[in-house]
Design a protein around this ligand. Sequence first.
Ligand code: ADP
Length: 404
Amino acid sequence: MKILVINTGSSSIKYQLFDMERHRILASGVAEKIGEDISILTHWNVSANGEDFKKVEEGVIADHHEGMDRILSLLIDPEHGVVGDKSEISAVGHRVVHGGETFHSPTIIDESVIAAIKENIPLAPLHNPSNLMGIEVAGAIFPDSPQVAVFDTAFHQTIPMESYLYAIPFELYEKHRIRRYGFHGTSHAYVAERAAEYLRRPLGELNLITIHLGNGASMAALKNGISVDTTMGMTPLAGLVMGTRSGDIDPALTFFLADQLRMSVKEIDDLLNKDSGLKGICGSNDMREVIRKKDAGDDRAEIALKLYCYRIKKYIGAYFAALGSLNAIIFTAGIGENSPYIREHCCQGLHKLGIKIDAERNKKSGKEIREISLASSEVRILVVPTNEELEIAQETEKVIEKIL
Ligand code: ADP
């Protein structure tokens, strides 16, 4: 079975085509700057003769429909393509950012699902409209392949009311669904499943803290394998210090910025989402750059890193308390998978909690799942490479197998 996974942004379409039987990626790529003067389509696949085929096309891609058409042309290209005909694509899996309280699991897309994703637009005004556009375009281009929506929020729909409610008038929750939702659900779910396999224990028996550190960053507390708390909130702005997002702040800061500094809502939104986090403190949002600056003696980079790790450490303590006991901590995504410095500083000084990192194991790099705790550490510490696209493909397969 071949499944196409699509992540549609306002001016981009990222895609991967999976061969589910062989657990292989057949093709992947991204169409960027759609609707701009020069769009770029970067494509990779393995040709029939086993060789890598790469292509970068520059030109105008007027809209998402044209973008998807161009992607399909590359996939079915008679010389280099990986499928003979689009009918070979059994299903299309879509990443959808916000499922609100409507969606607790991946869902076959029909008219009522489209309507419900539309209803959730106020919760994700930047993302859900783009995701809907991807659904519409893929529906038109692959009319005979079922489409499945996999929601970033769904995995966290198990969190109990005491961790998802904000202590503001209850009517705001009832009428406007203002509450914590949490994001990165596909990643937290994927790494938790891989960790359970690695530890040779059923996921349902494990208490885990999963730490996803990419450009966006979030943590989740999993009790018996189920999400019971997470750091992001109603939007992805809450929680950890991120590349350009502030994470947790005193909400009254926004009144100060508006009243004293006369900033508009839009300016405050941009400040907290685009100019804060690592970038706000030291001018760089890319972690490799921040570490390079720190190594060169930049004080601001050093304090940015301290703040970054301190926030994570604080949440490790909080989630340990929420869970009562802890089997493992899992680091994932660009920073979590690749930065020994960050992992070390997040775990430093937690011996009393049974969390002991092995400095030597932590330094080793690799693409596979690996353990970086000391043998004497009660809590195992793992690095688990995430694969959100594969998780979406697998979830899509599970959903469509039920209807085939
Ligand atoms: P996204 O959220 O866009 O998927 P990624 O998961 O790819 O992001 O993570 C991007 C982050 O990972 C960037 O801050 C980048 O600097 C960081 N990163 C990648 N490799 C390393 C490394 N070797 N050391 C430290 N940080 C790294």
